[in-house]
Design a protein. Structure first.
Length: 255
């Protein structure tokens, strides 16, 4: 759905994060862009310089969050605020994905597309905090094994990976069946005791117009290194993706 559509259906009182994700470092690590002015006056900061190999700072950290879905096959991008070869490669992949001149340098053309892809709460255009908060319908980010702020930031990174996956699948909708769960919620739904849903960096995806195997296979290109799908117990109706260790288990998909 569009950003405007999503804003219209947000729950009353749903939390809006203005800059929560901008300065936090996580220790766990659409087809066509609308031709409109960049969102320079939003709550996510502005880009004041070109970023390239050797750059460092909070702006690099923000960039890495937004490009976390472009680390390459079977990889995960470190979000450490340091612009090294892996970040340059992620920028290059993002530029190719959106039809930009690909040089691995984050300048005005790259920032314009990023700004058009995000809402003023720093979430990507097609996903929201409301879709990934407590999966039992209770709402919120507390009650897990990590601080609520950490779970929320992990969820933001997950959303940007999902945005990259969605774009790669032709910008068709992906519905999130489950995101963050508190410990109580996880017990209620029978989740694993060490589920990554407890940390905010996992999502269960209903494939929508895509086949389950298509989503599972493609997710490996977009920063998800934990993938469970058809043929794995309790995952025949959706694809589970997370960011904790390489584990691809979708026997019916050949992975």
């Amino acid at each position: 759905m569009s950003a405007n559509e999503r804003r219209a259906r947000r729950r009353p009182g749903a939390p809006i994060a203005l800059a929560v994700a901008v300065g936090l470092v996580v220790v766990t690590s659409v087809v066509g862009v609308v031709a409109s002015p960049p969102a320079a006056a939003d709550g996510c900061g502005t880009w004041t310089r070109t970023l390239r190999n050797g750059s460092a700072g909070t702006d690099v950290h923000r960039l890495q969050i937004r490009l976390s879905g472009y680390p390459g096959y079977g990889s995960r991008l470190s979000i450490d605020g340091v612009y090294g070869p892996a970040t340059a490669a992620a920028v290059w992949r993002f530029q190719v994905a959106y039809g930009l001149t690909a040089d691995g340098i984050a300048g005005p053309q790259t920032f314009r597309v990023i700004d058009r892809l995000q809402d003023d709460d720093c979430t990507p255009a097609h996903f929201s905090y409301g879709e990934l908060d407590d999966g039992c319908g209770w709402g919120g980010w507390g009650g897990g094994p990590v601080a609520a702020s950490t779970a929320r930031t992990n969820a933001l990174i997950t959303m940007w990976k999902l945005e990259a996956l969605r774009h790669a699948l032709g910008d068709q909708p992906l519905r999130i069946a489950s995101g963050f769960r508190s410990i109580a919620c996880n017990r209620r739904v029978g989740g694993a005791s060490r589920s990554r849903h407890l940390y905010g960096d996992a999502a269960d995806i209903d494939p929508g117009p895509h086949g389950l195997c298509t989503v599972a296979r493609r997710a490996r290109h977009h920063g998800f290194d934990g993938i469970y799908g058809p043929g794995y117990p309790n995952h025949d109706g959706h694809v589970h993706v997370d960011s904790y260790g390489i584990s691809w288990r979708a026997p019916r998909c050949g992975i």
